[in-house]
Design a protein around this ligand. Structure first.
Ligand SMILES: *[C@@H]1O[C@H](CO)[C@@H](O)[C@H](O)[C@H]1NC(C)=O
Ligand SMILES: *[C@@H]1O[C@H](CO)[C@@H](O)[C@H](O)[C@H]1NC(C)=O
Ligand SMILES: *[C@@H]1O[C@H](CO)[C@@H](O)[C@H](O)[C@H]1NC(C)=O
Ligand SMILES: *[C@@H]1O[C@H](CO)[C@@H](O)[C@H](O)[C@H]1NC(C)=O
Ligand SMILES: *[C@@H]1O[C@H](CO)[C@@H](O)[C@H](O)[C@H]1NC(C)=O
Ligand SMILES: *[C@@H]1O[C@H](CO)[C@@H](O)[C@H](O)[C@H]1NC(C)=O
Length: 415
């Protein structure tokens, strides 16, 4: 009896040691795997997964997760929040800085405000996306949401620390936040074209409303949709070329700006590589390359490099970004390619996690115009029109090539 319990204690100790051994498999962290070692946090872990916050956490380099055990989660679950509100609430528990047990107990001046992932999504207004950490009497550490006011929870223990990458700690209860819990409209109820129109993408919205591409967008919202929406200045400059496209070409161009999966900004930041679009269909690849330098995310086709400049909505399963240039698929704008001197960015890019084929496609993309006398193919090089006007030089044949090449380089590097 005595022997058996000693053995049990030893076994428990060993497994605790294994669990706490830092950095054993850390090569980029995995919050799901970390929390999976603590069954009493299974509910918290489950909701990190279904809200996709786990991906966002894994993609951050320096982060602290304030976890609450299953008993603490039951209070939150009894509120029957939508998955979107749940995401906001949980994201308030993810601090964008490293707070290990030691640092928590030694906060300069005894109090600090920590920015959270809720604040980073832009959903929070004012200071409501911050958590107030305060060293209390008796060595306790208090946590409070800024809009909750006061100290709502206390530090319980450290679950795993990988300095200074990820710290997972337990706090005594969920932080109340009226703003995070507020019901948000479900994406299905969002009128995406009026949202676009109201935020600088009126031309793109109008083009969508006039095309069968609108139905493809609508059909994909529920299953996951990421839209890269060109701002009005960009689409205005592109309008003459757009008008020249066939009905099918217009539809493909618009569908080229949508991806049939949900890709938050942080997911994009970790998914360099090729990505299929709503226009992808069999032989018509209609793909582009997502590339980032950790800060900025760019979308590259062989003809243009466009930059994400804003987020109109990010509510899983729908996210709409604004971009500064119209994305030109090589399938529609081949002519501009032939004299292009730039390297093909797609060729050596690793393949990102992206749908192999678009879901719920409701139309067959018309075959891309193959010959260069198609109306879709403009002689002057499409890249030029978005960035600079190269028409002046276009009279002389040789010059024209040079102009196209030059403006390509401008389009490529002028950012
Ligand atoms: C922390 O992250 C960096 C960058 O991802 C990595 O090089 C380093 O090994 C990580 N540290 C630990 C202790 O895992
Ligand atoms: C993280 O860990 C979970 C559970 O071990 C696993 O299912 C998942 O694939 C991992 N995610 C990544 C990005 O490695
Ligand atoms: C700590 O308090 C001092 C004096 O009030 C102030 O000057 C300093 O900026 C504070 N430090 C931090 C990190 O808040
Ligand atoms: C955090 O809250 C406490 C108590 O409400 C307050 O005294 C303190 O100033 C707050 N800290 C910061 C950095 O705002
Ligand atoms: C969305 O708003 C546009 C105006 O921007 C309107 O034409 C369209 O009918 C609306 N769509 C739905 C589904 O209500
Ligand atoms: C549109 O097509 C016509 C006829 O093919 C061509 O002459 C014209 O240059 C094109 N315009 C643009 C802006 O591509």
């Amino acid at each position: 009896m005595q022997l058996r319990s000693t053995a049990t204690v030893a076994a428990v100790l060993v497994s605790v040691l294994v669990v706490l051994l830092p950095g054993a498999t850390v090569e980029g962290h995995n919050i799901t795997a970390i929390l999976a070692k603590f069954p009493e946090f299974s509910t918290f872990n489950h909701y990190l997964t279904i809200t996709h916050l786990a991906d966002d956490i894994n993609n951050r380099q320096t982060i602290t997760v304030c976890a609450v055990n299953n008993a603490g989660m039951s209070d939150l679950l009894s509120k029957h929040l939508s998955v979107y509100a749940m995401k906001n609430v949980l994201s308030l528990h993810v601090l964008l800085d490293y707070f290990g047990a030691k640092k928590l107990h030694q906060i300069t001046n005894g109090t600090a405000l920590a920015a959270t992932m809720f604040q980073a999504t832009g959903t929070a207004s004012g200071s409501s996306g911050f958590v107030n950490i305060t060293d209390l009497k008796g060595g306790k550490v208090g946590f409070g949401s800024e809009d909750g006011g006061g100290t709502d929870a206390t530090f319980v223990k450290s679950l795993q620390e990988v300095p200074y990458n990820i710290s997972v700690i337990q706090i005594s209860s969920m932080l109340p936040s009226a703003e995070a819990e507020a019901p948000t409209p479900e994406p299905a109820a969002v009128n995406i074209t009026s949202l676009m129109s109201a935020h600088g993408c009126k031309f793109f919205a109008e083009a969508l409303l006039a095309s069968a591409a609108m139905k493809t967008y609508e059909d994909n919202i529920d299953g996951g949709l990421t839209v890269f929406c060109p701002l009005d200045d960009a689409f205005k400059g592109f309008a003459p070329k757009y008008k020249n496209l066939t009905v099918g070409g217009k539809q493909s161009l618009l569908e080229f700006h949508g991806v049939p999966v949900y890709q938050s900004m942080s997911m994009l930041k970790s998914s360099n590589g090729l990505m299929n679009t709503l226009a992808t269909d069999g032989a018509n690849k209609y793909d582009f390359t997502v590339q980032n330098d950790g800060q900025e995310v760019t979308i590259k086709t062989r003809l243009v490099t466009s930059k994400i400049v804003g987020t109109l909505i990010d509510q899983q399963p729908l996210v709409i970004f604004t971009i500064n240039k119209v994305l030109l698929p090589k399938e529609l704008f081949k002519a501009a390619l032939s004299p292009a001197p730039a390297p093909a960015p797609e060729a050596d890019a690793p393949t990102a996690e992206s749908p192999k084929s678009s879901k719920k496609k409701k139309h067959k993309s018309p075959p891309a115009p193959a010959s260069s006398d198609s109306p879709a193919d403009s002689p002057d090089g499409d890249v030029a029109d978005q960035q600079t006007d190269s028409n002046d030089a276009a009279e002389i044949k040789g010059f024209r090539f040079a102009a196209v090449a030059l403006s390509f380089w401008f389009a490529y590097f002028a950012m």
